[in-house]
Design a protein around this ligand. Structure first.
Ligand code: PGA
Length: 281
């Protein structure tokens, strides 16, 4: 695995925003970028609802902000009522696609198999997959976290065949840390999860630039600590970035923290093995 160098900061708008609200957010973001208010170290991304993709694309085109979809179907265009394909979201302006978010896994029954199909389809369509992995509270309580994460990472990449993504993003998002009832993960919990994800990726992805992000109740009060204290390539935010000022505030906090961050030390394979041994699946 080759680590990507810049720092990602992005948000999924989930099932929010009318076309008007989405366009207004995009306009505000574009003005901030054009006014030089977004530090160059950051790669911003937004994942609107599918209905707003094309509008947001029109407003942000050429701004440097990456646009992605929250989901797409793995099959080719055709008779699948209610779905949109990878090529359709690409046509609407997406260059990345989120796959396997906790809410899709738990509320909509998205399985590791479906995630694997979607990752392969995304790569064939020329989209960067943003794969979400994370354990449930029950899995954590049973001591299964490392096994679950390693399994989800390997399963997600298992159908790639000879196709390799030109870039890959993986977000560690413990299910219990997400949403208004979530408990923000402690830096130690995040650090252990990130280390397991990186090790599982190392086994599979020689040479693909890969970014490992953290998401789950990231907000103005904890973003800086996550950036300075962890070996993390980006933050993936929900509620705290559902307004443009919210995202821009986080952008400044992350940049200040990046400038203070000491050169990163990768968690050693020995430590990861110790975590996995302590907590086998
Ligand atoms: P949250 O969502 O920041 O609102 O907890 C995070 C996510 O689902 O990625």
């Amino acid at each position: 695995m080759t680590t990507a160098t810049s720092f990602w900061l992005g948000t999924s708008w989930k099932m929010t925003k009318t076309l008007g609200e989405a366009g207004a957010y995009a306009d505000e973001l574009r003005s901030a970028v054009e006014a030089g208010n977004v530090p160059p170290e950051l790669r911003l991304f937004v994942l609107p609802a599918t209905t707003s993709l094309a509008t947001v694309h029109d407003r942000l085109d050429g701004s440097g902000v990456t646009l992605g979809a929250q989901n797409a179907h793995p099959g080719p265009d055709g008779a699948v009522t209610g779905e949109v394909s990878m090529s359709m979201v690409r046509d609407a302006g997406a260059s990345l696609v989120e796959i396997g978010h906790a809410e899709r896994r738990t509320l909509l029954g998205e399985t590791d198999d479906m995630v694997a199909d979607k990752v392969a389809a995304a790569v064939s369509a020329g989209l960067t997959p943003l794969v979400c992995v994370g354990e449930t509270a029950a899995e954590r309580a049973r001591g299964e976290t490392p096994g679950v994460l390693a399994h989800q990472v390997r399963a997600a990449l298992g159908r790639l065949g000879r196709d390799r993504p030109s870039e890959l993003m993986v977000a560690y998002e413990p299910h219990w840390a997400i949403g208004s009832e979530g408990r923000p993960a402690t830096p130690t919990e995040v650090s252990e999860g990130l280390a397991v994800v990186r090790r599982a990726l190392d086994e599979d992805l020689m040479g693909t630039p890969t970014s490992v992000l953290y998401g789950g109740s990231v907000h103005a009060g904890n973003a800086a600590d996550l950036v300075t204290g962890l070996d993390v390539d980006g933050l993936f935010v929900g509620r705290a970035a559902w307004t443009a000022p919210g995202l821009l505030d986080l952008a400044h906090r992350c940049t200040d923290a990046l400038r203070r961050r000491r050169p990163r030390r990768r968690t050693t394979p020995d430590l990861v093995s110790a975590i996995v041994r302590k907590d086998p699946r």
